[in-house]
Ligand binder design. Structure first.
Ligand code: RIB
Length: 299
């Protein structure tokens, strides 16, 4: 069983031939809305991967609330831990350029009202051995409370260090498993612009200090991870990305589901990397998250 404690957003997505420079106005070629939020995306990915998933978080009292959780509900996610608050549902303004790269501004809204008490309530319903997955789009105080309560109960915690916030390195120390992209990992390790060898050395050093499982996603280069003193690498698929929004979340959700389903660590990394690649082939975050059988066909 996986509980995702995190954000729920409505994504407002504009695509253009290229991303604008600061201060520049350019013509776009498409606008769409889609359910998003790192927490909700990861919950949907874990669910589409075939695990039982419960989502804990908050949405607002507005027209974005229901569409923001519609795909989660359709997929059979337990939404009883999602509270409605007197605020706007979280929104993300997303620009996608022709090469699939993106820029995102997130306005937290209701996500900012997730509390330490919500964290404790969520953990209370969990059992030792369950998995709790978190990100950094809800208040740090709530993330910290969840990580502490989960540790006390023997719940395995996976923290995705996204988006990068000042508290990320401190919170990262409290999780059993940390998933970061290259930039987030550099912040965790306290070094900028690492090459591959420096990244490997930093993984070894941090792991020897904390004993944590550390996973660094490397985009088209796949993923590198360390567990029990051993380095692992996995590749995704060779693709032409259409839109990379939600690819990291798909990786996280599939990784959590693969652990939940008892897959070997290396297989879990590969399955998650392949799912992340497939998520880049369709626009939008949640609409692009692949189903387990499509991932299985691509392994
Ligand atoms: O990781 C992608 C997500 O980041 C988007 O769905 C958007 O909501 C932002 O939270």
């Amino acid at each position: 069983m996986i509980t995702v404690f995190g954000s729920i957003n409505m994504d407002l997505i504009a695509t253009a031939e290229r991303l604008p420079e600061p201060g520049e106005t350019i013509a776009g070629n498409n606008f769409s809305t889609a359910a998003g939020g790192k927490g909700a995306n990861q919950a949907l990915a874990a669910r589409r991967a075939g695990s039982k998933v419960a989502m804990t978080g908050a949405f607002g009292n507005d027209g974005f609330a229901e569409p923001a959780v519609a795909l989660l509900g359709e997929a059979g996610t337990d939404l009883s831990g999602v509270k409605r608050v007197e605020a706007a549902t979280g929104t993300a303004l997303i620009l996608v350029g022709g090469d699939g790269e993106n820029m995102i501004v997130v306005v937290p809204g209701a996500n900012g009202e997730v509390t330490a008490e919500d964290a404790e309530d969520a953990v209370r319903t969990m059992r030792a051995g369950d998995i709790m997955m978190l990100q950094l789009e809800i208040p740090a105080v709530a993330v910290e409370a969840a990580l502490s309560a989960a540790r006390a109960k023997g719940v395995t915690t996976i923290l995705n260090l996204a988006p990068l916030i000042p508290d990320a390195p401190r919170l990262g120390r409290l999780a059993d498993i940390v998933i970061a992209n290259e930039t987030e990992f550099e912040r965790l390790a306290g070094r900028n612009s690492m090459n591959a060898k420096e990244r490997e050395n930093s993984l070894l050093r941090l792991h020897s200090e904390t004993g944590q499982i550390l996973i660094v996603t490397l985009g088209a280069d796949g993923v590198i991870a360390i567990r029990d003193g051993e380095l692992f690498r996995a590749k995704g698929l060779v693709i032409e990305p259409v839109d990379t929004v939600g690819a990291g979340d798909t990786f996280c959700g599939y990784f959590a589901a693969s652990l939940d389903q008892g897959l070997d660590f290396e297989e879990a990394l590969r399955r998650a990397a392949v799912a992340g690649s497939l998520a880049c082939l369709t626009p939008g975050a949640q609409p692009a998250i692949p189903w387990g059988n499509d991932v299985a066909k691509s392994l």
